[in-house]
Design a protein around this ligand. Structure first.
Ligand code: B12
Ligand code: SF4
Ligand code: SF4
Length: 306
């Protein structure tokens, strides 16, 4: 049986629904490990203690999947149609969370793509993930030539902006790598750090996660107050640093059917109706939504802290 080529891997991933694919080789990311360790020493991780674990794997992706020969990085955009509003009767909900959970969508796409590729190459073995593995995803996507890391610390794709998720597939095949994206195009712009309602964007493309509204509304489990009290109306995530970025203002893509239409419940759900929903009904209503993550209690906490 023939082995897959980089062209075939890319075309299968694009046909399954990814919007950009780049390939690189596994690398030792010791500089990034050191930066992450310093970041943690500053306490920027807050309650996200998982970031303190598996440092060896973060540094060397081969420990995650010893057979890995190629790191295939994929972008999936979640742009919304013009006129879309993050404002709901509950408060502002980040646009990534308005439709189905990207973890589910991306996993389904990777699973379908790997099956297709394995039907051509029986010895092909792979692992895939988005967000969930101890991997420097933005750096790998940069090494795979997909964009640069902006001052808000997110990856920006040239002429496309940053409204996307990164998914990674590790394969046991030597594929042709792409050129890393070695330039950066923020120039003298400071729009994201100027606009951040929580002053969370620090010099050196660093974000103090504890201050960031995204952490406060999604990641933080406890009710102990910390970080900024200014939530800027957000009850789930925050899009401010990306909304003001000229790369997102200048370039937009057609809405992506996988993430749209937005959950119809969100347009009509008021705080009173939410409070009246049983936990069971809440879980059923939002079974494919990222909002399920902190349960009904978490959402109510976020609304009460506005
Ligand atoms: C933890 C986390 C968060 C935290 C911390 C954010 C952060 N900036 O790190 C919180 C909860 C705040 C968060 C928020 C959001 N997140 Co988040 N998050 C992650 C996660 C799981 C890990 C990121 C991480 O490792 N942070 C640790 C710190 C230390 O990283 P860092 O500050 O960038 O520092 C690195 C570099 O700057 C570099 N560096 C700095 N100086 C130097 C110097 C040298 C010499 C070297 C070598 C390196 C170096 O080294 C550091 C380590 O890599 C990734 C998924 C993943 N596995 O990568 C998603 C991810 C970054 N998040 C994502 C998204 C979409 C978001 C939100 C937009 C969601 C929302 N709408 O609310 C916000 C955006 C906030 C923001 N401006 O960052 C996407 C980003 C997609 C993109 N376009 O880049 C990712 C990639 C998830 C995915 N799979 O799509 N997130
Ligand atoms: S997501 Fe919001 S709070 Fe977090 S860094 Fe961006 S603008 Fe600031
Ligand atoms: S808003 Fe400006 S500084 Fe921030 S990421 Fe975008 S281009 Fe870079």
């Amino acid at each position: 049986m023939p082995q897959v080529s980089s062209e075939l891997v890319k075309s299968v991933l694009i046909s399954t629904g990814f919007h950009a694919v780049g390939i690189t080789r596994p690398q030792l990311l010791s500089g990034h490990r050191k930066q992450l360790e310093d970041w943690i020493l500053n306490g920027f991780q807050g309650e996200m203690s998982y970031l303190e674990r598996n440092m060896e794997i973060r540094e060397d992706i081969r420990l995650l999947f010893p057979e890995v020969r190629s790191v295939v990085c994929c972008l999936m955009f979640y742009d919304k149609p013009s006129g879309f509003s993050v404002q709901t009767p509950l408060g502002k909900i980040s646009r990534y969370a308005a439709g189905p959970d990207y973890h589910l969508v991306i996993r389904e796409k990777f699973s379908a793509a790997l099956k297709i590729l394995q039907s051509t190459d029986g010895g092909l073995n792979g692992r895939f993930f988005t967000d969930s593995a101890p991997v420097f995803e933005r750096e790998y996507a940069r090494l795979a030539g997909l964009g640069w890391i902006g001052n808000h610390s997110l990856l920006i794709a040239p002429k496309r902006g940053s409204w996307f998720f990164i998914g990674i597939m590790l394969l046991n095949r030597d594929l042709e790598p792409d050129q890393p994206f070695n330039s950066a195009h923020c120039g003298t712009c400071t729009a994201c750090s100027d606009a951040c309602p929580a002053d969370a964007i620090l010099p050196g493309k660093t974000v103090n996660a504890v201050a960031c509204i995204s952490y406060q509304t999604i990641e933080k489990k406890s009710d102990t107050p910390d970080g900024s009290s200014n939530r800027d109306g957000w009850i789930w995530g925050c899009d401010r640093c990306q909304e003001v970025c000229p790369w997102n203002k200048r370039f937009s893509r057609p809405p992506v059917p996988d993430f749209f239409p937005a959950d119809p419940e969100l347009a009509s759900l008021t705080p009173d109706r939410l409070a009246a929903l049983s936990e069971n009904k809440f879980r059923k209503t939002f079974s494919r939504s990222p909002l399920i993550r902190r349960g009904k209690k978490g959402l109510i906490r976020n609304i009460s802290l506005l």
